[in-house]
Design a binder for this molecule. Structure first.
Ligand code: WQD
Length: 340
């Protein structure tokens, strides 16, 4: 299939582009580079052995989006593009609602206008909110989110569900990621957050490469084995494979829309991840214990059985592989992707 990947220059998008090409699909990317650097494209082309057409604009531009679908042959869409920083969304809710919702409205409208009826959406475990029983299951129906970012995921899932039901033949997969981490085994592409990383893994990697001096562990008094929060860390290569599996499953899906958890089903604590990274980087990583971060939950992970069975997909990479691949990326690219 010829697949449009929105946000295809981003962390998960770029790894998914490589997996799509490796699976024999043709890919084109739309990305406004608001959270990624154009220098990633040359690396993606070198790794994939293919040229990757890039359309550099934001999907909230309705005219450009319409023109893209009018001029390009597109069979399916994987929609990653969107703002995704939880803390930033609390400070700038309107920007998050406008960007993440308007981009989806514009995309879905262009798809409907041009008979494109296959969509995989990048959703998040954050839609399970704070009361869902662990392990999280897709049948849980009381979706909610504490942050505006999470709310945009809840809302987009609802919008795409209604749009899929309104258009005969549409098939939509809503992929709920847990904690994406890791990097392509080549070390050529990986997570490159701009500014101070909000997330644990890139922060740890930057300590190991000397860009940060220590980790502040946000609380060690949680009701978990070692007192630190537990999360379901999934290798980005496993996540990318899950997107290809979901895309290729759409044609045989019975209902117009279906959610799938993409996780390992296993919880790993902050300190366990830190020590795994010490093993991978062969160095001591200093940390201090600080206050809990508001909004953090003690522990959650996926029940991935629906994706395992229906998509014939399973996360296979271990925490040690995740840390080894992350370290290879970060040590080869201490400052992340070059600006030019
Ligand atoms: C993991 C654990 C922190 C940094 C977030 C979003 C979620 C999804 C994935 C998009 C927590 C602890 C972190 C640090 C720490 N993103 N930590 N010191 O919060 O589970 O999920 O990213 O969909 O929506 O909420 O990931 O990596 O921020 O934190 O102790 O400097 O590491 O308290 O327990 P989180 P995270």
């Amino acid at each position: 299939m010829r697949v449009l990947v929105s946000g295809g220059a981003g962390y998960i998008g770029s790894h998914t582009v490589l997996a799509l090409v490796a699976a024999g699909h043709d890919v084109l990317v739309v990305d406004d580079f608001s959270n990624s650097k154009p220098t990633i494209i040359a690396r993606m082309e070198a790794l994939s052995g293919k040229s990757i057409p890039i359309h550099g604009f934001n999907l909230t531009d309705v005219d450009k989006t319409e023109r893209l679908f009018a001029t390009e042959q597109i069979d399916a869409v994987i929609h990653f593009a969107g703002f995704k920083a939880v803390g930033e969304s609390v400070a700038k809710p309107l920007e998050y609602y406008r960007n993440n919702l308007d981009s989806t409205f514009s995309l879905a409208n262009a798809m409907a206008n041009h008979g494109v009826a296959k969509l995989v959406f990048s959703s998040s475990a954050t839609v399970y909110g704070e009361k869902a029983p662990v392990p999280y299951q897709e049948t849980y129906e009381y979706l909610s989110a504490a942050s505006p970012y999470g709310q945009t995921k809840v809302m987009v899932e609802r919008v795409l569900s209604d749009v899929a039901k309104a258009h005969a033949g549409w098939k939509v997969a809503l992929l709920r990621y847990f904690n994406p981490v890791g990097a392509h085994p080549s070390g050529e592409i990986g997570e490159d957050p701009q500014g101070i990383p909000n997330n644990l893994m890139p922060f740890i990697a930057q300590i190991a490469v000397g860009r940060r001096d220590k980790l502040v562990v946000f609380g060690d008094d949680y009701p978990t084995a070692d007192g630190t929060c537990e999360r379901d860390y999934i290798h980005v290569m496993d996540l990318a494979a899950g997107h290809v599996a979901a895309l290729e499953h759409l044609g045989s899906m019975d209902e117009p829309v279906r959610a799938f958890n993409l996780g390992t089903g296993v919880g790993t604590s902050v300190l366990e991840l830190l020590h795994a990274f010490e093993r991978a980087s062969d160095r001591k990583l200093p940390y201090v214990v600080g206050d809990r971060r508001p909004g953090d939950l003690a522990a959650y992970w996926a029940d991935p059985s629906r994706a395992n069975q229906e998509l014939n997909w399973r996360a296979t990479r271990t925490i040690d592989e995740i840390c080894a691949d992350t370290w290879r990326w970060q040590s080869k690219n201490p400052q992340g992707f070059p600006d030019s």
